[in-house]
Design a protein around this ligand. Sequence first.
Ligand SMILES: Cc1cc2nc3c(=O)[nH]c(=O)nc-3n(C[C@H](O)[C@H](O)[C@H](O)COP(=O)(O)OP(=O)(O)OC[C@H]3O[C@@H](n4cnc5c(N)ncnc54)[C@H](O)[C@@H]3O)c2cc1C
Length: 448
Amino acid sequence: MSKPKRIIIVGGVGGGATVAAQIRRQDHHSEILLFDRGSHIAFSNCGLPYYLGNITDRNELLTNTDDFSKKYHVSVQINTEVTFIDRTKKQIHYEKSRETYIQSYDKLILSPGATAVIPELKGLNMDNTFTLHTIPDMDAIHTFIEKEQPQRVAIVGAGFIGLEMVENFRAIGLDCTLINRSDHILKIVDHDFHTILTTHLYEKGVDLELNDGLAAFSNDGKTIHLQSGKTIQTDFTLLAVGIKPLTVLAETAGIQLGETGALAVNAYMQTNDPDIYALGDVVETADFLTETPRHIALAWPAHRQAFIIASHLQGDKLPYDGTMGSAILKLFDLTIGATGHTSKDLNTLEIPYQEAFLSGYSHAGYYPGSVPLHIKILFSKTTGQLYGAQVVGFKGADKRLAVLTTAIKGQLTVHDLAALELAYAPPYSQPKDPINIIGYKAVAKLTN
Ligand SMILES: Cc1cc2nc3c(=O)[nH]c(=O)nc-3n(C[C@H](O)[C@H](O)[C@H](O)COP(=O)(O)OP(=O)(O)OC[C@H]3O[C@@H](n4cnc5c(N)ncnc54)[C@H](O)[C@@H]3O)c2cc1C
């Protein structure tokens, strides 16, 4: 057991609250102090879109701060911003109700996350233009909808948040226009899926403005001018054009950034100051397969990194073995998932690869409810080792993604996919599962 110490955590939620709880599970003696500049330290960011679509109860998203504090014996200060790190004195400065205070630490853990990007555009009116990153963001959109009873919304950005919000805005009857700078919807999957995704969006009544970027707003934010010269009328706009890691606090203290612009950490999540750890959306980590730097802002890495830090504080040298970027998303009736590298990633990294595509079915065609399922895999031309996988389908896509994710983690090859003995009964699969079939297809493409 390590010596008791004072551990300060900057930021709650995904990384911060998780690392606090994880440390307490392993260490009953150290003092843990958690500061968050917001008013909630434990909520599910991932659930925010579903509250706006009237699917989730607001309270279900939140954990009461006092309950958290008591349960894990953590001193929590909300509405408190950490403004400065004095590494020489091992102190942080923080502001609460306009007063500045100082607190010393033995170990400091940074989990400030990221912030939604708001492009500088002429005519932007923040009374009817929103981003979605926090509970206050969610409440602001909800209040606007309740008060203004809008009919139309423009969603800018066809990434995770943009697409989840399109679904949830349609669920409450809003007319949606999805605007995206390129025609590539959801970059975690390759362009091969374009027609499947756009067809589904059109079927669900979503207007698409692809290959066109925002140029400006006018008419109090209700007219959007696109770069093509086209205009769109809207009652309000959701900007979902990306996030930026909140690195300023660390940078000012001399903590080094990595190549992606997020904080650089070693395999134990230590920054260049061994007494300062960082995790979550603010860090870059090595890619699981290529060890190249990657900035992946997802919940799984934050939770795993929390465990790595808590273990390291106890003296366990358990390394974080890199991020694969496994991600999944529901878009109306479709499930879209991906893991590992896309073709764009592999081209950028100049890694030669081969690919296989399968348009199959979720389960035996004669059993009711069999629906299309599409899988793409990317693999080494010679050894057949898997580099990436993408799955899009109406049923059973999450199961296939889980298998492919495990296969990449286990460094399996396409030969292994063909040979996997996956359970079969007509309601679930076929004697040769789509994973087996794509494995056979891929083996046939290997060069000796
Ligand atoms: C709408 C939405 C949906 C998402 N859906 C999914 C999903 O389905 N699946 C998935 O894997 N991931 C999803 N994510 C991403 C996931 O939520 C994040 O990757 C995860 O929360 C990262 O945790 P974090 O601790 O780095 O950042 P956060 O959870 O954002 O926490 C950072 C906290 O730090 C606080 N803070 C910042 N600076 C300071 C400071 N100087 N002093 C004090 N406090 C500070 C902030 O107030 C904030 O509460 C979603 C994110 C959003 C916004």
